[in-house]
Design a protein around this ligand. Sequence first.
Ligand code: HEC
Length: 127
Amino acid sequence: MARHLASWGPFLALGLALQVGLGVGLGVSGILLGAGPALAVDADGGSLFQAHCVGCHVNGGNIIRRGRTLKMKALERQGINSPEAIATIAAQGIGQMGAYGQVLGPGGPERVGLYVWQQALGGWSTK
Ligand code: HEC
């Protein structure tokens, strides 16, 4: 019995390694395909938002400057009228908000900008 199990060990390990490898591979290709399917872009922008923005912008609000939220009305008031405008702010910062281009990485500001824009369009009803 012990020998039987031992002989399967390497195969199980290989199977696991393949699964993990595949998972990582898919994740990476999702990132590389920044302009890929809308759903994948959403999910990715969403996780960037959760990682880097939600601390101050929970539910699209603003815990530091109350009027400067990520809701459509506030964005319009500031003339922020496209995903690209949000991406620029994410990358370079604005006023009291620092720049996040470095931590968001290549293509990150664009993806988080698109996510914020879509959330604003939807009234931040899906978090
Ligand atoms: C440490 C807190 C903090 C974090 C983290 C933060 N922001 Fe901000 N954000 C602010 C503040 C404060 C303002 C108002 C800036 C000002 O003084 O003009 C702001 C403003 C904005 C605005 C303009 C909103 C408006 O109504 O004028 C956008 C868009 C924005 N942030 C996007 C983001 C994105 C995207 C991220 C994540 C990459 C992020 N912010 C992370 C604090 C933060």
